[in-house]
Design a protein around this ligand. Structure first.
Ligand SMILES: Cc1ncc(C[n+]2csc(CCOP(=O)(O)OP(=O)(O)O)c2C)c(N)n1
Ligand SMILES: [Mg+2]
Length: 559
């Protein structure tokens, strides 16, 4: 059965109850795993099966946790990462052993560096076959150890304890993936444990009051402070705390790529993203500050020394900052981020010497530099057209390339969790599975996928998944014929262009469909905007190939 087919939800909770009250073995361990994951709020898992995955898939079918078949296990990992970000429960991904596990690893690494809660399950041979020279076997724990918070064996009699430990660990800050290895005989063995109560997450202690007082004093003394919001803040249960701090202290704020949208970028204090297209504009402003206030700034996205120069740094985050010796750290408050922000928002309001006019002028100059005039249909015009067509609350899922830099700088994000990208892991292939997971998690919101042609070539099999699931999803491909980001790097470093062209011949209209999904070609901004609007009203996915000229990336990306 496909995941689009409604799953027949048998009363699994009732079975679990009978088991816990009578002690009778009505479930196998796979059922127990599924019931435990479901109790943790997990309602679907993404993956690709082989024979040894079937017991777990059957338990999912019986237990009412949807199995979503993807085209590649890497996509299953990216989709699970996004599910984790959007639902608050860990995302679930599943693969078979060996090559299934290595494919899955690309998506698991994403959750590790982007810090999304995830449970990644590999199904394995029978216990007595592990470690032998048998088809497809590799050591999964060695594979997953460097890219997970923990890699655990599921063993008879210890399933409940291991699962609840894994879920709590995935959800403890900094969040991340936990890998579980499930031998087939363990999956099929009768369960002799009850569904466990969820284990408590480890809490991060609040920063000491003296540390928060120090933050307040530095902000009060600064004349030209700028806050830079980073990706730790994405996991705040209440992102409005950020707005309260910013407004309380009149702090102009920039963000990293992933933190866009945590405060509506239409805010008069908003400066946009740093270290992306036209980054020199942002650097000049940042370097004119007399204090940088990192709020949940995780250096996994971009290290401070890349842009801060000799401006003093004040860091408020969950972990001690990681900086090069050149960075002038004046103070840091390390602890639970929500607790720190709540106390900063309660301090006496402070003022500084920034003027609304100066900030508006900077924003305007930055945004116009991002859009160099051109007679052709530029990538920047295509991105603006998509922004116009997607309602303000809508979700954008995009991918990794020169287009990422351009989108991060020019897109205005208006809501938390509306701007989905990987920047810690920065892997191509995130955009389309991310969009699929977003639409599944938030069917109430319009979702658009916007990716480069290289990324599309890497993941186009997932178009068939969106079709099978019946998802309304415009998939906009920026067809610029190049791995443009790498081409720009070749130009900058004076290497000849070699190995970065995706297509030598002139464009032709796209085929009528990919895997039954209609495809349209557009060659100007108005046609793109109309096509996205139409695709948002369709009952399934649409591929929209925007044939763009991305020459301006040489000027805007890596300026
Ligand atoms: C898995 C993976 N392989 C390679 C890279 C290096 N890389 C970054 S961007 C990029 C080009 C992407 O091309 P495309 O999707 O066409 O986007 P464009 O740069 O043209 O906007 C490459 C190869 C990467 N980030 N991830
Ligand atoms: Mg390209």
């Amino acid at each position: 059965m496909t995941s689009a087919t409604p799953v027949k939800r048998k009363s699994h909770d009732k079975v679990a109850k009978i088991l816990s009250t009578t002690g009778k073995n009505l479930m196998n361990n796979a059922d127990l795993i599924v019931a435990t994951l479901k109790a943790a709020g997990i309602h679907r898992g993404f993956g690709i099966p082989s024979g040894n995955v079937l017991p777990l898939m059957e338990a999912m079918r019986r237990g009412g946790v949807d199995f979503v078949l993807t085209a590649h296990e890497g996509s299953a990992g990216f989709a699970a990462d996004v599910s984790g970000r959007l639902t608050g429960a860990p995302g679930l991904c599943i693969a078979t052993l060996g090559p299934g596990a290595t494919n899955l690893a690309t998506g698991v690494g994403c959750a590790f560096l982007d810090r999304s809660p995830m449970i990644a399950i590999t199904c394995n041979l029978n216990t007595d076959q592990l470690g032998r020279r048998i088809q497809m076997w590799i050591d999964h724990h060695a594979l997953f150890r460097p890219i997970t918070k923990a890699t655990l064996r599921l063993e008879r009699g210890r399933i409940a304890e291991t699962l609840s430990q894994a879920v709590a660990l995935a959800l403890s800050e900094p969040m991340g993936p936990v890998h579980l290895d499930l031998p087939e005989d363990v999956a099929l063995a009768p369960a002799n444990e009850a569904v466990p109560a969820p284990a408590p997450r480890a809490a991060i202690a609040p920063a000491p009051d003296t540390a928060i007082a120090g933050v307040g004093e530095l902000i009060a003394a600064a004349k030209r402070p700028i806050a830079v919001i980073g990706s730790s803040a994405m996991r705040l249960a209440d992102p409005s705390l950020l707005l309260k701090v910013i407004e309380r202290h009149s702090l102009p704020f920039a963000t990293t790529t992933m933190a866009k949208g945590l405060i509506d970028e239409d805010h008069p204090l908003a400066l946009g993203a740093i270290e992306r297209a036209c980054r020199q504009h942002q650097r000049r402003l940042l370097r004119s500050a007399d204090l940088i206030v990192g709020l949940g700034y995780d250096t996994i996205e971009v290290e401070y020394e890349a842009w801060i120069d000799d401006v003093p740094l004040l860091q408020v985050d969950i972990e001690p900052v990681d900086i090069a010796p050149s960075v002038k750290l004046v103070h840091q408050a390390t602890g639970d981020l929500a607790a720190s922000l709540a106390r900063l928002a309660a301090l006496t309001a402070t003022r500084n010497s920034w003027t609304a006019a100066a900030l508006a002028e900077h924003r305007q100059a930055f945004q116009s530099a991002l859009r160099p005039p051109s007679p052709s249909f530029t990538a920047h015009a295509a991105i603006d057209a998509v922004r116009r067509a997607l309602p303000r609350a809508g979700i954008l899922s995009f991918d990794v390339g020169a287009h990422t830099h351009q989108i991060a700088s020019q897109w205005s994000a208006h809501a938390p969790k509306s701007f989905l990208i990987t920047n810690g892991w920065s892997s191509m292939g995130f955009g389309l599975p991310g969009a699929i997971a977003a639409k599944l998690a938030r069917p109430d919101l319009p979702v658009v996928c916007l990716i480069g042609d290289g990324c599309f070539q890497m993941t186009c099999g997932e178009v068939a998944v969106a079709k099978r699931l019946g998802l309304t999803l415009p998939i906009v491909v920026l067809d610029d014929k190049w791995l443009a980001l790498i081409k720009v790097k070749q130009i900058r470093r004076q290497f000849p262009l070699y190995g970065t062209a995706l297509q030598e011949e002139d464009y032709r209209e796209p085929p009528a469909h990919y895997f039954g999904v209609p495809a349209v070609g557009v060659r100007d901004a108005d046609a793109l905007e109309a096509a996205v609007r139409q695709a948002l009203a369709a009952s399934g996915p649409t591929v929209i190939e925007a044939v763009v000229d991305s020459e301006h990336y040489v000027e805007t990306v890596y300026d």
